[in-house]
Design a protein around this ligand. Structure first.
Ligand code: ACO
Length: 448
């Protein structure tokens, strides 16, 4: 197939959310720490009614309905997630409920896990399948689903929750430029989940920031050399219209883009003008390690690249700022934000993506966009995503209510023999929710 990529998308995030401004005050943090310091506006979370399985059931059902896809036409289904509900049974197998009803059990793929990278692994698997000799002509479907929750402390405001579904096939409006992939993988303990009885990760926050930026540099260098090899000219940020980053919190995205700009300066890209050169020159001879810790460099690079950030990055930041870190779904929610904001001008443009999962696994890759044909058109994807309305329809919890929910969820994690509340009033029609877990730990869901 030609132009293999994303044909259709849908996103679901829980209606429950807490404003970062009120959380910041409640936590006794200095004013502006979460909103300006981390760059976050609001954070979604699952109440006892929702989890990564219910969210993925909701989003897959919705995508199939809205784009009128016959469930028999799905030949591969891959899930990316780092939220462990079962150490053996794939989230994918729960989703088979949807397809078995239509007599389709002939669907390859299981779950992929490595922190926030699992969704990208799932996406690469589906794209590779469609491009391979074992492709049977049917669609691939990628699901990224996560609930990001942290223990009390500085990481707590960087949570979030969402599920995204992406239909994969040829002649896609969001087509992969498969040749230009750059990957960097390495063994580090920056963020990991060794405590199997808890949903919370162990995080070395500072190390995770540095690892993210080092991985970004490495992937960018590899992406650039692949591009140069095939195009016969160097790549720079002026060759792409949008840069979409995995977004644990917006401040890191701001730093990441300015880091790419600094890379272009070091690589002597022609778009870096005299003024920017003068501002960055003092940092030209820092070692890699020094450059990650240098606050003046961070400031200077952000200052000289600000106008490009506004143009090439800002449109991707809507959902990551409003919903929070969605782990595997975070990068693709950022992509969905670009489509929401710019669908009518994206034809012919290039979008560069950076995926990062602690531990660590990271890749940079790119899409070439075209308007596409109904139902697989950018404008239809934007209308199915329905981002503004979904954000608007949410219900704000007080910080007290949020903390109470976190406590209940800690208690429920890994538990058996319980029923959930009968009050589903916050959920919109069509949403799946958890009704009970029986004495054998079997989980049961219903659709509102
Ligand atoms: N007004 C404005 N800005 C403020 C204020 C204020 N009142 N107070 C603090 N800040 C700024 C700080 O200067 C800093 O910004 P800077 O880096 O530009 O200087 C920022 O707010 C964060 O504050 P810190 O004190 O540096 O860090 P904190 O202890 O709050 O921890 C961290 C932040 C490490 C991101 C934490 O939330 C965390 O561990 N999160 C989870 C790990 C994570 O997401 N890592 C990213 C990659 S891995 C992944 O995706 C999971």
């Amino acid at each position: 197939g030609k132009n293999v990529g994303i044909l259709a998308m849908d996103i679901y995030f829980p209606p429950a959310c807490v404003q970062q401004e009120s959380l910041e005050a409640f936590d006794g943090a200095s004013k502006g720490k979460y909103t300006i310091g981390l760059g976050q506006d609001c954070m979604a979370f699952c109440t006892e009614l929702e989890d990564v399985i219910s969210m993925s059931l909701t989003v897959v059902t919705s995508l199939l309905e809205k784009y009128q896809i016959d469930p028999k036409q799905i030949g591969r289904l891959e899930v990316g997630s780092e939220t462990v509900i079962d150490k053996s049974k794939s989230i994918k197998t729960w989703l088979m409920n949807i397809f078995e009803e239509y007599g389709n059990t002939d669907i390859e793929g299981v779950d992929s896990t490595n922190a926030c990278y699992g969704g990208t692994a799932a996406l690469f698997n589906c794209v590779n399948w469609v491009e391979s000799s074992s492709w049977d002509g049917r669609y691939g479907l990628v699901v990224c689903t996560d609930s990001a929750v942290y223990a009390e402390g500085p990481a707590r405001p960087t949570g979030g929750a969402a599920a995204i579904a992406m239909l994969i096939g040829p002649n896609a409006p969001i087509a992969f430029e498969s040749k230009y992939r750059g990957t960097h993988m390495s063994h580090v303990y920056d963020f990991y989940k060794p405590v199997l009885a808890s949903e919370y990760p162990v995080v070395d926050g500072k190390l995770s920031q540095t690892c993210y930026l080092m991985a970004l540099d490495s992937c960018y260098n590899r992406y650039c050399s692949k591009y140069e090899k095939f195009e016969g000219k160097p790549f720079s940020i002026s060759d792409a219209d949008s840069f979409v980053f995995h977004s644990p919190y917006n401040k890191l995205v701001q730093k990441s883009f300015s880091r790419l700009y600094f890379n272009d300066f070091l690589r002597q890209s022609s778009h870096v003008d005299g003024n920017a050169k003068a501002k960055l020159e003092p940092f030209a001879n820092l070692t890699g390690d020094e450059s990650y810790q240098n606050r003046d460099l961070e400031k200077a690079a952000q200052q000289v690249s600000k106008h490009l950030y506004d143009e090439k990055v800002q449109p991707s930041t809507l959902m990551p700022k409003q919903v929070g870190n969605m782990y595997t779904a975070s990068l693709y929610a950022a992509l969905a934000s670009v489509i929401h904001n710019k669908y009518d001008t994206l034809g012919g443009q290039r979008i560069v993506m950076f995926s990062y999962g602690s531990g660590l696994a990271s890749s940079m890759f790119s899409f070439k966009l075209n308007d596409g044909q109904h139902p697989f058109s950018l404008s239809n994807i934007a209308s199915v995503l329905n981002v503004a309305e979904k954000l608007e329809a949410r219900h704000e919890f007080t910080p007290e209510k949020f903390i109470e929910t976190m406590k209940l969820m800690e208690h429920r994690y890994g538990a058996k023999d319980f029923v959930t509340t009968k009050d589903t009033s916050l959920l919109s029609p069509g949403t799946f929710y958890l009704t009970h877990v029986d004495a054998m730990y079997r989980r049961f869901y219903a659709k509102k």
